[in-house]
Design a protein around this ligand. Structure first.
Ligand code: GLA
Length: 468
């Protein structure tokens, strides 16, 4: 047991026709003919599509109601991928118990394609590394009980220089999801065409694929759409109208400063997350780089309790029992996959910093949120030394004044007594985390002083101000 919290003192524009000839950009020559470019018309198409579904939130279109639990190749392998690796990884997901823990998607990131489209403009899978073909691969993934994810880009090229889907959205949807049988699309933001070609911003560019997927869904298959545009254009304000998740930051690194900066940024936009649409804090780095065990636990806890997709990105054939244990913590996963309460945890006190202060090194430390089975607390020790972490229960909006709470530790899997008024987690390790589930355990004992846990404005019935 690495941290041992304990109970403390109980006290649009119209249609446009543009034609392009031979463009060269970091790759072979392409003949590009662009027709019927309709800035924002696709967005309104999406909204039209959305309007008729009786929306609860965002797309609400039958898939990705809860955060995706997945594997993705990028963080561990970058471009060194092939079909054998994908199948080996899927089999390991099964044999290591990750599938049983809920992980559902096996996703291929960048570098799976040939550099040139076919003569009819179709994407072509790398004929050496994916020699058996993508349909064969998704069939195998499906046979293992998983769903399959693929990657493309909203511009001319992917970030590694393979063909992007710009101006090929409908055709690529047909290839990737119709012919090849993928179920999930991560959609990147590299190689953005000139403004006088797109005549639209990021929203419009992503709307093109969202519309293509909405049209494809009419065939009976709805695709999970994962926007990856690194938080540009305040995606948390509109991402839910186009897709199921949206990256909010640049690429994650396998080190604590990167994790802390991502937590800090996302601490200010937690309200964007709901069923069917959520902030994506980027793929997990558990098992990679130089994260300590406590940092790995904090990483997983923050991502899970902030309701991010949880996308494993390490070499599963070399995974340690420690990391596997973190990834399969069923009590943490249950919060991430809560079918009743979609909300992210949010900070109620920043701790090191004045409240609402952005600090990449010291993000907010005291967080809470609702869950179907109680109030979740997350305490993050961002300091470079272990420290006690104290909070008054009613600092969280989901706690009832005058009640006591049983305390469940979601990492030690123990019940840690009853908290009255406040709680102290003792000796939380450097960059470590405490995750608690507090359940209402009835009225607090009579005669507790002060009469109000929050002293300000505490007033007797006769009007006597007893507090500050
Ligand atoms: C971008 C994305 C990454 C990864 C790479 C692939 O950097 O943000 O997650 O997909 O592209 O080239």
């Amino acid at each position: 047991m690495r941290s041992k919290p304990g109970v403390a003192d109980s006290s649009g524009a119209g249609e446009e026709f543009v034609e392009y000839k031979m463009v060269k950009m970091g790759g072979p020559m392409f003949s590009l003919k662009r027709t019927k470019m309709k800035p924002f018309s696709s967005l309104s198409g999406s909204i039209g599509f959305l309007c008729c579904l009786g929306l609860v939130h965002g797309l609400s279109n039958g898939v990705a109601r809860l955060p995706a639990l997945a594997y993705n190749t990028w963080n561990a392998y970058q471009c060194n991928i092939d079909e054998d690796l994908i199948i080996t990884t899927a089999k390991l997901m099964k044999s290591l118990g990750l599938q049983a823990a809920g992980y559902e998607y096996v996703n291929i990131d960048d570098c799976w394609a040939e550099k040139n489209r076919s003569s009819t403009g179709e994407l072509v899978a790398d004929t050496t590394r994916f020699k058996s073909g993508m349909k064969n691969l998704t069939d195998q993934i499906h046979a293992l009980g998983f769903k399959a994810g693929i990657y493309s880009d909203s511009g001319w090229f992917t970030c590694a220089g393979y063909p992007g889907s710009f101006d090929h959205e409908a055709q690529d949807a047909e290839t990737l999801f119709g012919k090849w049988g993928f179920d999930y699309l991560k959609y990147d933001n590299c190689a953005i065409p000139f403004d006088d070609i797109t005549r639209q911003g990021i929203v419009g560019k992503y709307a093109q694929m969202s519309t293509a997927l909405a049209n494809f869904a009419k065939t009976g298959k709805t695709i999970v759409f994962s926007l990856c545009e690194w938080g540009w254009s305040q995606v948390w304000l509109w991402g839910a109208t186009l897709g199921h998740s949206w990256r909010t930051t640049g690429d994650i690194g396998p080190n604590w400063p990167s994790l802390a900066a991502i937590i800090n940024f996302n601490s200010f936009i937690t309200q964007a997350t709901n069923f069917y649409g959520r902030n994506d804090l980027d793929m997990l780095q558990l098992g990679n780089g130089g994260l300590t065990f406590d940092e790995a636990k904090s990483h997983f806890t923050a991502w899970a309790l902030m309701k991010s997709p949880l996308i494993i990105g390490t070499n599963l054939s070399a995974i340690t029992p420690d990391i596997l244990g973190i990834l399969t913590n069923h009590e943490i996963l249950a919060i991430n996959q809560d079918p009743v309460e979609a909300a992210s945890v949010s900070p109620f006190r920043w701790g090191v910093n004045p409240d609402w202060t952005s600090n990449d090194t010291h993000p907010a430390q005291y967080w809470s949120g609702p869950s179907q089975s109680g109030t979740v607390f997350m305490l993050l020790n961002t300091l470079d030394e272990s420290s006690d972490m104290f909070f008054n229960l009613t600092e969280s909006p989901w706690i009832r004044a005058g009640r006591q709470y049983s305390v469940r530790d979601l990492w030690t899997h123990t019940d840690n007594g009853t908290a009255i008024r406040n709680f102290t987690a003792h000796a939380v390790p450097t960059h470590g985390v405490v995750a608690l589930l507090l359940k209402d355990a009835g009225n607090e004992p009579n005669g507790i002083f002060p009469q109000c846990a929050v002293w300000w404005q505490c007033t007797a019935e006769d009007g006597t101000r007893v507090g500050g």
